[in-house]
Ligand binder design. Structure first.
Ligand code: FAD
Length: 457
């Protein structure tokens, strides 16, 4: 075959890239293609923070391909139309793409298949590119996916995983394939100030540094809010600048409890992907209907605004929401706390929170975001759906000296130690000196409302 096409989606790298490897092996020349997909823009997923990170990833991918004699071809429009235009212009005999999990990705695959069949061009969909273990590769008896994490993890851990592939040495791209300029972060407006740099080299060096000096402390430190002792690899994994297969492979070689705990977290990522692949509607609808009558945007407008802006009067909640606004990222413990607070203490629809997260998160991901929100809201895969996290007790445990709160809520920096978690306990005259809101509600009142709602269901 003379020409093949590799369509990059959530796999913006040259290392450990089975579709790229297969496309290069198969043809003398290959078109590495990325399409800025109209439908993804129209659905509101191309947010400033993710667009900035994406631009970094595409710039890095283009550079990596140029180092090998090739380049990245960038187009905008309908992804199927653009792939077909490249196939028509080059006479390509095959298109290679990573298997996706969302309803959208599954639909894209179907549309590609039928458009390419008409052109006598083969479509090859590659598994275990976006996840370490392909959705559907391990299933329980009598079901198409695992609904509970622990049994999934047992099977996932035993499942043979392929060895990571080296990056190709040479990429030959046919002449004359038109491309737009590769997007640049500098052209993206309204990016949060703390959004990190993206790109494959950045992702790989972060993984290397993490495995060398961070991961050993992960088992003990992963919930340490001020310590910031997690890998921060999530945006790199989301855009596929880092291969999950390679991350699991390299971490598994480390013989310590931290690495084991880290691999288990990577399995959570695959777990949610396999749930979404089997139940694409869970991106919008309750995975398990608890007959909730959530409060929505209209009914709870003031509470929602306070939550979004980080002025609920509960310092750890406000700190985490402000971290999100500043960095486009939030510590996992923070995510659990703010999601529990919104859905259970304020009894607001999980979709309101999930939408806000997707608007800001650099790692914002349909599988991980929607299903983690459902997990916390108790409509998903948590085996204890009615548990409610108490933000004060949690703050005392995971931010014992109040350093995380004082960092993100500087109004409270005069409060020493754990006193920062309960400013309402100050005598009234002292309290008046802090420009910080009163708590939105009594925690016990929120808890009682939630329990009444769930008792009815
Ligand atoms: P680490 O603790 O270093 O973990 C390593 C990797 O494991 C992460 O990068 C991530 O890929 C994966 N991982 C860890 N925890 C989870 C988890 N609970 N579920 C799935 N994968 C996990 N993660 C996203 O990648 N995108 C999202 O949109 C997202 N939304 C979330 C929303 C809520 C309400 C909650 C509670 C969690 C959400 N998470 C999401 C999961 C988790 O919070 C982040 O993956 C993690 O905080 C990223 O930081 P890290 O890379 O330092 O993680």
């Amino acid at each position: 075959m003379n020409v093949s096409v590799v369509l990059f989606t959530s796999d913006l790298r040259v290392h450990d890239h089975p579709p790229l490897r297969a496309a290069l092996d198969e043809a003398a020349e290959t078109v590495p293609l990325f399409v800025r997909d109209d439908r993804i823009d129209a659905a509101g997923f191309a947010t400033p923070n993710r667009s900035a990170f994406l631009a970094d990833c595409l710039t890095a991918l283009d550079e990596a391909l140029r180092d090998r004699g090739g380049r990245l071809v960038v187009r905008s429009g309908d992804v199927v139309d653009e792939v077909c235009a490249v196939v028509d212009a080059t006479g390509a005999g095959s298109v290679h793409v990573a298997g996706g999990v969302s309803g959208y990705a599954q639909g894209r695959e179907e549309r590609l298949r039928s458009a390419l069949t008409e052109r006598d061009c083969a479509l090859h969909v590659h598994d275990a590119v976006v996840t370490a273990v392909a959705p559907g590769a391990v299933t329980p008896t009598g079901n198409d996916h695992f609904a509970v994490f622990t049994p999934y993890f047992r099977r996932w851990a035993q499942q043979g995983k392929r060895k990571p592939l080296a990056a190709p040495r040479v990429v030959r791209v046919p002449d004359g394939v038109g491309s737009e300029a590769v997007p640049s972060r500098a052209d993206v407006p309204d990016v949060s100030p703390g959004v990190p740099a993206g790109g494959e080299a950045e992702a790989r060096s972060r993984l290397t540094a993490w495995l060398r000096s961070g991961v050993a402390g992960y088992a003990d430190g992963h919930d340490d809010l001020p310590g910031d002792r997690t890998s921060r690899l999530s945006p790199h994994l989301h855009f596929g600048a880092l291969s999950p297969v390679e991350a699991v492979h390299r971490a598994s070689k480390k013989d310590n409890a931290g690495a084991e705990a880290f691999v288990r977290q990577l399995c959570w990522r695959d777990f949610h992907h396999q749930v979404l692949a089997a139940r694409p509607a869970a991106a919008r609808a309750d995975y398990r209907d608890r007959r909730d009558h959530w409060r929505g945007e209209d009914e709870a407008a003031d509470d929602i605004a306070a939550w979004k802006e980080g002025r609920t009067g509960f310092p750890v909640i406000d700190a985490a929401m402000r971290q999100l606004a500043h960095e486009g990222w939030m510590h996992n413990r923070g995510r659990l706390l703010v999601a529990s607070f919104l859905t259970k203490t304020l009894y607001v629809d999980w979709r309101v929170g999930a939408r806000h997260f997707l608007r800001h998160l650099v790692d914002g991901d349909i599988a991980n975001n929607q299903l983690n929100w459902q997990w916390v809201a108790g409509t998903g895969n948590d085996t204890r759906p009615n548990r409610v996290l108490n933000p004060v007790l949690q703050a005392r445990r995971h931010d014992p000296d109040g350093a995380y709160v004082r960092h993100w809520v500087p109004e409270l920096k005069g409060l020493e130690g754990a006193a920062a978690h309960e400013p309402w306990k100050l005598p009234a005259d002292e309290r008046a000196g802090y420009d910080y809101p009163e708590p939105l509600l009594e925690l016990s009142a929120g808890l009682a409302r939630f329990q009444r709602a769930r008792d009815r269901s």
